[in-house]
Design a protein around this ligand. Structure first.
Ligand code: BGP
Length: 466
């Protein structure tokens, strides 16, 4: 007997910008990614989501494939500017209809929709007014959330407000590799605060509108391991935990910031600045569950040098730089680690450990694994997509998940990234994650990969055969 509870959901995930395409169709407004990806040199080989895998026009075919695979839940995001082209105010009914039809198609196949409200495609019009650095964006987000609850709330029970704040704020405001390409930690911290406020306002609206469902927040789950036993490396690793984990989880699960770090950032940079009532807003509007996106761990050393903040976007192993902050910590390669072609360490035990670390700090909060997967260049042999490394990666992580459930964690669903091959933000289409292959040389034709049939069997056996 597998450990997976009876109502555990076997799902898969995607995000609007990465699959939909139709970037300017039927009244959709531009997002910051539509703008950014058109600036030469910002993405791998200048790839963008203008067409992506054209899910907007082919969603019925895609949902039929999900049904064939036996998928029990599908996590997707809504493109904010498709519903509200300028971020607030006038509603684009054609956009509402697209998601409404998608939800109906899923429900017709008994696939539980999980909606992510924000997977990084902020309306450009709001960016022009200051983006997440402006508090008014948090208020606009609450308006957008209310619209979604109003139109979809009677049919959708699982809601994520934000996807991976560390990534869109970190890359958007610290490394500058995502829009709006700022490099300023103080601005990052204030923008991040407004995201927490937006989340709290959206949770508040969810409760006020008495939506029959659950609302959560999706974070990166990134365990850190010190490279050596030296005190300096252990301290650096603990600091990485505080910045990359506690800072992002505490406000949405405890309703407060980690006190010591808050005191430091406020002394150093005067941020985050709280508006009257923010404390109570955060405290009173916490999540029903937490979504965890797990891909890899990081190995940490103490760091006194400037680092070359550059990631591997080409899939040439070892081509990236390093990530770190002078005087704080640095991520380095684990000499014993197994890595993907994009230099992400494969370490399934981190999923068990990470879930247990969350349980220890935040109590037995319900957990969904909202992303987990292998980015790879899949081999095609005699016309078949033989993605054995993906099967192996997912198998090891399902076993790791089962361990966490055995240890008492309340894990309710598993959503591999991704249902279908899609656009990787900075890495183009060559970094594949899907169960379904998309032929970019042949009219975006869909083909089932080996992993499609493997996951079909995992689902049918409720995780016993893997
Ligand atoms: C997460 C994002 C996803 C997806 C995934 C894989 O951070 O939530 O949208 O992109 O990572 O990342 P990448 O495409 O960079 O390999």
């Amino acid at each position: 007997m597998s450990a997976f509870p009876k109502h555990f959901l076997w799902g898969a995930a995607t995000a609007a910008y990465q699959v939909e395409g139709a970037h300017d169709a039927d009244g959709k407004g531009p997002s910051i990614w539509d703008r950014f990806s058109h600036i030469p040199g910002t993405t791998y080989q200048n790839t963008n989501g203008d067409v992506a895998v054209d899910h907007y026009h082919r969603f019925r075919e895609d949902v039929a494939l999900m049904a064939e695979m036996g998928l029990q839940s599908y996590r997707f995001s809504i493109s904010w500017p498709r519903l509200l082209p300028t971020g607030r105010g006038e509603i684009n009914e054609a956009g509402v209809k697209f998601y409404s039809d998608l939800i109906d198609a899923l429900l017709a196949h008994n696939i539980v929709p999980m909606i992510t409200l924000y997977h990084w495609d902020l309306p450009q019009a709001l960016q022009d007014e200051g983006g997440w650095e402006a508090r008014s964006t948090a208020e606009a987000f609450a308006e957008y959330a209310r619209l979604c609850y109003d139109r979809f709330g009677s049919r959708v029970k699982l809601w994520d407000t934000f996807n991976e704040t560390i990534v869109f704020i970190g890359h958007g405001y610290i490394t500058g590799s995502h829009p709006p390409s700022v490099k300023d930690p103080a601005r990052a911290i204030q923008a991040c605060h407004h995201v927490f406020i937006a989340h709290a306002l959206a949770v508040k609206a969810f409760r006020e509108m008495v939506i029959d469902g659950e609302i959560g927040f999706v974070n990166v789950l990134q365990p850190h391991t010190p490279l050596t036993d030296k005190q300096a490396d252990r301290d650096a690793s603990a600091l990485a935990d505080a910045i990359h984990t506690h800072w992002l989880y505490d406000p949405v699960l405890l309703g407060t910031y980690p006190a010591a770090l808050l005191a430091q950032t406020q002394t150093l940079w005067g941020v985050p600045r709280f508006a009257p009532g923010d404390d109570a807003l955060l405290r009173e509007n916490r999540c029903d569950f937490i979504g965890l996106n797990y891909y890899r761990r990081e190995t940490v050393v103490a760091n006194e040098e400037e680092t070359r903040q550059q990631s591997n976007n080409s899939g040439e192993p070892g081509s990236g730089g390093e990530f770190g902050f002078k005087g704080l910590f640095k991520f380095v390669r684990n000499p014993d680690g197994v890595y993907t072609d994009w230099d992400w360490e494969i370490w399934p035990q981190g999923l068990t450990d990470g879930i247990m670390m969350i349980k220890e700090r935040y109590g037995n909060i319900p957990v969904y694994i909202t992303e987990n997967g292998l980015g790879a260049k899949d081999p095609i042999i005699n016309g078949e997509i033989v993605d054995d490394p993906r099967i192996e990666y997912l198998r090891m992580h399902i076993i790791a998940l089962e361990k966490a459930i055995d240890l008492g964690a309340d894990v309710r669903g598993y959503y591999p990234w991704s249902f279908i091959d899609l656009l990787s933000w900075l890495n183009g289409y060559k970094k594949q994650y899907g169960f379904v292959y998309v032929d970019h040389n042949q009219d975006l034709v869909r083909k089932r990969k080996k992993s499609f049939f493997w996951y079909q069997n995992v689902i049918a056996s409720h995780g016993e055969e893997r």
